[in-house]
Design a protein. Sequence first.
Length: 138
Amino acid sequence: MKRFIVIALLAIGMSAFAQVENKRNEGKEPTEKMSPAERAEKALKRMTKQLKLTDSQQKQMKVLIAEQEAKKADPNFKPSKEDRLAMKEKISKILTSEQNAAWDKIQEERKEKMKDKLEEKKEERKKKKESKLEKTED
């Protein structure tokens, strides 16, 4: 009888965990399942929409993004600060001054968003740690 109860509790716990994961990933496209070419195409579309790229700019950006995605496909590739700066310089040569300003603003917003997410994760971990400590004290 005890085994049955333990198994039932495990099954309920695992299904609850699976539902939480599904809600966390809801509305997001699975980028890890996309090929480098698909990710490059998606990035180009996003940049075209955000920056209103011309046809010639799209062609140039397509080459740059494809190169970058091909590098990222290698599991041993870890972009260095120099790599990021070189990519930024190449992009800035393609874009107009207005587009560069808009691109810088987008990048800054993305940075802030990532900082906020990191802070949220830190808070979640801290709360989990505290709740575990409270449970062990009881």
